[in-house]
Design a protein around this ligand. Structure first.
Ligand code: FES
Ligand SMILES: [Fe+2]
Length: 348
């Protein structure tokens, strides 16, 4: 074991590399009315047109700079709440309700962002469109009949690096002892390149999903039995993914807001892969099971998030009170994680 003093100052003030797809909302959050979100200090308004297609524009009316998200979606345009100017999905002003006959429509335009709705989430590309990545990371399990999803929203007053480090440091099972998520983690190996860090741990899992009723282990403690499983966690910039044995897959989809605020979606999948009998049933029935069990791990996931957020926010506060103080880190995965964050910003 070695002791590494982490130079926290630089990491806690890092921006984001905008040339990636970020997750700004759940699909279910965007209905017929505009919704305002913030991705790294940029206010963005999201809305659906009559075909259900999602659009993302700068959340700023070109007339007097108020937020468009206070307005309404009318005939596939977004109508500002203040004087009723309307903007189309390209960010062009297409109507002013009180335009006089001798006046022309103002030639103003606001920024439009590439946006994709995929696997239950809205993915947005805030970077340079010349470097547009063709596909977001995606969650292949979202639509797959063999996986049951649970989503928990993380909203913390802390820099995103604290959240990623929390998710990559499996030695913090200690914090969650009462929820029995995993135990006895031990780091075995790390692989890293310019886009990701994969940390391989061994651990003990409390859950074994090998019979249909085993899903009730998510609810009842006394059905759980500790057994060894590989625990792999990956920082796939800017998001996070992990697997615990064959039965669980968890993602964390990031929407960093500022140096001291982060939103993220934690998505937990319980696998039904072991139930080969279930796979022979009609598709509609399998979909019914998947949909009825949506959120089965909600209590567990929300409980874990609450405990983690408390620690993460306290770390941020301590940093703000005394940015010179160093951490003493024993987990070398965190050194790799910080290296990746730095190199994505060109500081590598
Ligand atoms: S500020 Fe938006 S219409 Fe006037
Ligand atoms: Fe945790």
């Amino acid at each position: 074991m070695f002791v590494q003093a982490v130079p926290s100052r630089d990491v806690r003030q890092l921006g984001i590399n905008p040339n990636h797809w970020y997750v700004v909302a759940c699909s279910s959050e965007i209905n017929t009315q505009p919704v305002g979100v913030t991705l790294w200090k940029q206010d963005i308004v999201l809305y659906r047109d009559s075909e259900g297609q999602i659009h993302a524009l700068e959340d700023r009316c070109p007339h007097r700079q108020v937020k468009l998200s206070h307005g309404k979606v009318i005939n596939n345009t977004i109508e500002c709440a203040y004087h009723g100017w309307r903007l189309n999905e390209n960010g062009n002003c297409v109507e002013v309700p009180y335009l006089a006959e001798n006046q022309k429509l103002p030639n103003c335009k606001i920024r439009r962002y590439p946006v994709i709705e995929q696997d239950g989430f809205i993915w947005l590309f805030p970077g340079d469109v010349a470097t547009l990545q063709p596909q977001p990371m995606g969650l292949p399990e979202w639509g797959h009949l063999n996986y049951i999803a649970t989503v928990s929203v993380i909203h913390c007053k802390a820099h995103y690096s604290y959240l990623i480090e929390n998710l990559m440091d499996m030695y913090h099972g200690h914090l969650h002892e009462d929820y029995q998520a995993w135990a006895e983690a031990e780091l075995r190996d790390i692989n890293e390149n310019e886009n990701r860090v994969d940390a391989h741990y061994t651990a003990q899992s409390y859950y074994k999903i090998d019979k249909i009723w085993s899903i009730s282990q998510l609810l009842f403690k006394k059905l759980r039995r500790l057994h060894p499983e590989p625990l792999d966690v990956s920082y796939i910039y800017p998001h996070w993914a992990s697997t615990l044995g064959q039965d669980f897959k968890i993602y964390c989809l990031l929407c960093p807001i500022s140096e001291t605020e982060t939103k993220a979606y934690l998505v937990h999948f319980t696998s039904l892969n072991a139930f080969w009998r279930l796979h022979k049933l009609p598709i509609w029935f399998r979909r019914f099971i998947k949909d009825s069990l949506f959120g089965a791990a909600q209590k567990l996931l929300d409980g874990l998030v609450e405990q983690d957020v408390k620690m993460i926010e306290e770390e941020q506060l301590a940093y703000l009170q005394n940015p010179e103080r160093k951490n003493y880190e024993l987990n070398r995965a965190l050194v790799s994680v910080q290296r990746l964050m730095q190199s994505q910003l060109g500081n590598g």
